[in-house]
Design a protein around this ligand. Sequence first.
Ligand code: 5GP
Ligand code: MG
Ligand code: MG
Length: 184
Amino acid sequence: AILEISLNGGNEMDNKVSVLISEEEVAKKISELGKQISKDYEGKEIHLICVLKGGVFITVELAKHLTIPVSMDFMAVSSYGDETISSGRVKIIKDLDESIEGKDVLLVEDIIDSGTTLAYLLELIKGRKPKSIKLCTLLDKPERRVADVNVDYIGFQIPDKFVVGYGLDYAQKFRNLPYIGVIE
Ligand code: 5GP
Ligand code: MG
Ligand code: MG
């Protein structure tokens, strides 16, 4: 399906977004991840760390499917700016509010591309002495991996294409699309 999306402002050209993963497929997958994670953490409490901004959509949806006690915190890092190519640099824009010492932490990401961001975050989080740390990502682009990171929960593996929607932006837009799309 091809949808015509017009960017706000009117100055920019219309962008065509084609659906890669539908709204229904995303919802089903996150529900399955929620069931699996609830099972794996049975008898424990889970502390979700949402990586802003892209991780918001999956974090919220995932949290609704968890049947164990959940707490949440948010962190913002920047690695790309508005570019579509990784700069390899990671900067903390917003740090966690609460200590994670002794907590079973699940880091929730929108996408793992080169893995640079995740590798950096992982080191930072491990240094704060959580009881455990696992990783969950909605999307994984294995072809582009540079850093050696082990991901525990993956929604979808996708080809090396620049995707938008379900939290993922292009120049801060398209995050609100309820599906994963590719700009043509
Ligand atoms: P990494 O450090 O793994 O290369 O990149 C992670 C970050 O890059 C993601 O959190 C996301 O912000 C951005 N990114 C990587 N690939 C894509 C993509 O296909 N689309 C969008 N919108 N962002 C991406
Ligand atoms: Mg991210
Ligand atoms: Mg971005």
